[in-house]
Design a protein. Structure first.
Length: 116
Protein backbone atom coordinates (compact mmCIF):
# COMPACT_ATOMS: atom_id res chain seq x y z
CA UNK A 1 0.00 0.00 0.00
CA UNK A 2 2.85 2.38 0.79
CA UNK A 3 4.52 1.72 -2.57
CA UNK A 4 1.28 2.38 -4.48
CA UNK A 5 0.79 5.74 -2.74
CA UNK A 6 4.34 6.98 -3.29
CA UNK A 7 4.81 5.52 -6.76
CA UNK A 8 1.67 7.09 -8.23
CA UNK A 9 2.61 10.50 -6.80
CA UNK A 10 6.14 10.26 -8.16
CA UNK A 11 4.95 9.14 -11.61
CA UNK A 12 2.40 11.97 -11.77
CA UNK A 13 5.04 14.53 -10.78
CA UNK A 14 7.40 13.15 -13.41
CA UNK A 15 4.71 13.47 -16.10
CA UNK A 16 3.89 17.02 -14.97
CA UNK A 17 7.53 18.04 -15.26
CA UNK A 18 7.81 16.35 -18.65
CA UNK A 19 4.71 18.17 -19.90
CA UNK A 20 6.06 21.51 -18.67
CA UNK A 21 9.48 20.97 -20.21
CA UNK A 22 7.81 20.18 -23.53
CA UNK A 23 5.61 23.30 -23.22
CA UNK A 24 7.89 26.18 -22.18
CA UNK A 25 5.15 28.80 -22.54
CA UNK A 26 3.03 26.99 -19.96
CA UNK A 27 6.05 26.68 -17.67
CA UNK A 28 6.72 30.43 -17.95
CA UNK A 29 3.07 31.25 -17.26
CA UNK A 30 3.12 29.03 -14.15
CA UNK A 31 6.34 30.62 -12.92
CA UNK A 32 4.97 34.15 -13.49
CA UNK A 33 1.74 33.23 -11.68
CA UNK A 34 3.65 31.88 -8.68
CA UNK A 35 5.91 34.94 -8.55
CA UNK A 36 2.98 37.39 -8.65
CA UNK A 37 0.53 35.49 -6.42
CA UNK A 38 2.96 34.12 -3.82
CA UNK A 39 6.27 35.90 -4.25
CA UNK A 40 9.75 34.83 -5.20
CA UNK A 41 11.11 34.42 -1.66
CA UNK A 42 8.28 32.31 -0.20
CA UNK A 43 7.97 28.53 -0.47
CA UNK A 44 4.65 27.33 -1.88
CA UNK A 45 2.30 25.50 0.42
CA UNK A 46 -1.24 24.20 0.24
CA UNK A 47 -2.80 27.51 1.33
CA UNK A 48 -1.55 29.17 -1.88
CA UNK A 49 -3.30 26.73 -4.24
CA UNK A 50 -6.67 28.55 -4.51
CA UNK A 51 -4.83 31.57 -5.99
CA UNK A 52 -2.83 29.52 -8.52
CA UNK A 53 -5.37 28.68 -11.23
CA UNK A 54 -2.80 27.95 -13.93
CA UNK A 55 -0.98 25.51 -11.64
CA UNK A 56 -4.30 23.77 -10.95
CA UNK A 57 -4.86 23.55 -14.72
CA UNK A 58 -1.42 21.98 -15.17
CA UNK A 59 -2.23 19.35 -12.54
CA UNK A 60 -5.63 18.58 -14.08
CA UNK A 61 -4.21 18.33 -17.58
CA UNK A 62 -1.38 16.08 -16.40
CA UNK A 63 -3.89 13.77 -14.72
CA UNK A 64 -6.05 13.80 -17.87
CA UNK A 65 -3.24 12.88 -20.25
CA UNK A 66 -1.28 10.58 -17.96
CA UNK A 67 -3.47 9.10 -15.24
CA UNK A 68 -1.42 7.19 -12.66
CA UNK A 69 -4.00 4.41 -12.81
CA UNK A 70 -5.49 4.20 -16.34
CA UNK A 71 -8.13 1.63 -15.35
CA UNK A 72 -10.24 2.72 -12.39
CA UNK A 73 -10.99 0.43 -9.48
CA UNK A 74 -13.48 -2.27 -10.56
CA UNK A 75 -17.11 -1.59 -9.67
CA UNK A 76 -20.07 -3.95 -9.49
CA UNK A 77 -23.41 -2.92 -10.97
CA UNK A 78 -26.03 -2.80 -8.22
CA UNK A 79 -28.90 -3.14 -10.68
CA UNK A 80 -29.43 -4.12 -14.31
CA UNK A 81 -28.98 -1.20 -16.70
CA UNK A 82 -28.12 -0.25 -20.26
CA UNK A 83 -24.85 1.56 -21.08
CA UNK A 84 -24.19 2.69 -24.62
CA UNK A 85 -26.73 0.24 -25.97
CA UNK A 86 -25.28 -2.71 -24.04
CA UNK A 87 -27.38 -4.47 -21.42
CA UNK A 88 -25.46 -4.84 -18.17
CA UNK A 89 -26.92 -7.41 -15.75
CA UNK A 90 -26.92 -6.87 -12.01
CA UNK A 91 -23.65 -7.87 -10.22
CA UNK A 92 -21.50 -7.44 -13.35
CA UNK A 93 -17.92 -6.31 -12.69
CA UNK A 94 -17.36 -3.03 -14.53
CA UNK A 95 -13.95 -1.65 -15.51
CA UNK A 96 -13.73 2.03 -16.48
CA UNK A 97 -10.91 2.97 -18.86
CA UNK A 98 -10.12 6.52 -17.71
CA UNK A 99 -7.22 6.79 -20.16
CA UNK A 100 -9.55 6.22 -23.14
CA UNK A 101 -12.18 8.65 -21.82
CA UNK A 102 -9.55 11.35 -21.31
CA UNK A 103 -8.35 10.98 -24.90
CA UNK A 104 -11.72 10.63 -26.62
CA UNK A 105 -11.82 12.87 -29.73
CA UNK A 106 -15.61 13.10 -29.41
CA UNK A 107 -15.11 14.98 -26.12
CA UNK A 108 -11.79 16.81 -26.56
CA UNK A 109 -10.82 19.09 -29.47
CA UNK A 110 -7.20 17.94 -29.50
CA UNK A 111 -7.16 14.98 -27.10
CA UNK A 112 -3.43 14.24 -27.16
CA UNK A 113 -2.03 17.73 -26.67
CA UNK A 114 -1.19 19.36 -23.33
CA UNK A 115 -3.58 22.31 -23.06
CA UNK A 116 -3.50 24.59 -20.06
Amino acid sequence: MLLAGTDTSAVTLEWAMSNLLNNPSSLKKARDEMDTQVGEEILLDETHLPRLQHLQNIISETLRLNPAVPLLVPHVSSDSCSIGGYNVPRDTILLVNAWAIHRDPAIWDDPTSFQT
